[in-house]
Design a protein around this ligand. Structure first.
Ligand SMILES: C[S@@+](CC[C@H](N)C(=O)[O-])C[C@H]1O[C@@H](n2cnc3c(N)ncnc32)[C@H](O)[C@@H]1O
Length: 180
């Protein structure tokens, strides 16, 4: 139920950037429930990739051999998405550079730093995915601005409102585009 709720939240955010046939790479797609929801909703052509493989939905998928290397040729996609993935990675900048190699646009749905965010990740690591890296690499808005400035791209960062009163997590939406 929570996964569907997240999928709907992400779809609403990404809607202005989606169109039928758009070639999308979902990095860190996890169980692919969100990926499948986006495929069905927007008619996009989506492929998933992840360092782990635990798909619950049937989508095109390639497992990553290295954490900072996307196993695709330059320009293979229009858009890369990272949904609650980057705080699980040690080197966010390297992964974003890889994303900009394979696509011209990146969409990011990412948890901000908080005690709840750390708790959720630790909990998921112990009880759901023991193999998932949990470096707790959460960035605040200023840290995102500094990191994205290094990429020499256009970017927008939107701190999202909580979807309902008492919702414990604070997300942000980031759109990064190559300069033409
Ligand atoms: C919290 S889950 C999110 C899964 C999915 N994106 C979603 O929204 O349901 C984080 C995912 O990031 C993956 N991950 C962690 N480090 C990664 C890396 N360096 N490259 C790609 N995926 C990574 C994990 O294996 C895990 O599937």
């Amino acid at each position: 139920m929570l996964t569907k709720f997240r999928a709907k939240m992400i779809a609403k955010l990404y809607a202005p950037h989606m169109r039928a046939g758009l070639r999308v790479l979902d990095v860190g797609c996890g169980n692919a429930v969100v990926s499948k929801y986006l495929i069905d909703k927007f008619g996009i052509t989506l492929e998933g990739t992840d360092i782990l493989e635990y798909l619950e939905e049937q989508i095109c998928f390639k497992k990553m051999d290295k954490p900072n290397v996307l196993p695709y040729a330059d320009g293979s996609f229009d858009t890369v998405m990272f949904n609650d993935v980057l705080h699980h990675t040690e080197n966010i900048e390297a992964l974003l550079r890889e994303a900009l190699r394979v696509a011209s646009k990146i969409l990011i749905f990412e948890m901000g730093p908080s005690g709840w965010a750390r708790f959720v990740d630790r909990f998921a690591n112990v009880f759901i995915h023991k193999d998932m890296p949990v470096p707790l690499n959460f960035l605040n808005k200023q840290e995102w601005v500094e990191l994205l400035a290094e990429l020499n791209c256009k970017f927008q960062i939107e701190e999202m409102r909580r979807p309902f009163f008492g919702y414990p997590l604070k997300h942000c939406f980031i759109c990064v585009e190559r300069k033409v």
